[in-house]
Design a protein around this ligand. Structure first.
Ligand code: GLY
Length: 218
């Protein structure tokens, strides 16, 4: 589909060159608006979604505006939700920057925000299925992550190894080097992302087998 403009939602904590790199890759003459938020579970609210609707509106976004989300799972979840509801759906590109988002959150079209209730926060209670047009994985970006964030990504890779019975993934986790090594991690990301894609393609709306992906989540 022909686009008329681009709206980028990015995480303000990212090194600025990520966004610059991304805009260079876009190599487009289309008008680009950029809005940055500090990622984290606290942004997954309807209030933040409303703020984004206003940003889209004031930037002149139309049905043919492409939304690009650059960041971790909270940015892609919030941005995906906004993209799927603004003007009944904008086309979406996700550029995940955390390991967890690369192998899980950004793949498969789930998005959403949390619902605060008197009993506590209900995670992802409000959301849609809205498949991105493109998901770009750039493992070099993982170099800026802290060890805890990398570990939570490994947990998802282990999960994909278990549910797909992939010896490559399981061995990959067992033999994991202590230091972050992009050459070691890249093929594992590819396989883990393919496992997720394979499962989601067969059951996009979680009517059955996709529920396997909730192992360790629920
Ligand atoms: N993270 C679980 C799913 O996408 O279905």
């Amino acid at each position: 589909q022909e686009m008329t403009s681009i709206f980028v939602l990015s995480d303000s904590n990212l090194p600025p060159e990520y966004l610059e790199e991304e805009l260079q890759v876009c190599g487009t003459d289309l008008p680009i608006s950029i809005f940055s938020l500090e990622g984290g579970e606290q942004i997954k609210t309807l209030e933040q979604a409303e703020l984004l609707y206003h940003k889209l509106d004031s930037s002149g976004a139309e049905r043919k505006t492409l939304m690009i989300c650059l960041g971790g799972g909270t940015i892609t979840d919030l941005g995906g939700f906004v993209a799927s509801t603004y003007k009944r759906g904008l086309e979406l590109v996700l550029l995940p920057t955390t390991l967890l988002a690369m192998v899980d959150a950004a793949i498969g079209g789930k998005n959403g925000v949390n619902l605060p209730t008197p009993e506590g926060l209900i995670k992802n209670q409000i959301g849609t299925f809205h498949l991105p047009k493109y998901v770009g994985l750039n493992p070099i970006w993982l170099e800026s992550l802290d060890a805890r964030e990398i570990r939570s990504g490994w947990a998802e890779i282990a999960k994909h190894g278990i549910i797909s019975n992939s010896s490559t993934l399981i061995e990959g986790i067992i033999l994991l080097p202590e230091e972050f090594d992009v050459d070691y991690i890249t093929p594992l990301i590819t396989i883990a992302a393919e496992v997720k894609h394979y499962i989601v393609k067969r059951d996009p709306q979680e009517k059955g087998s996709r529920a396997k992906l909730n192992l360790g989540h629920t």
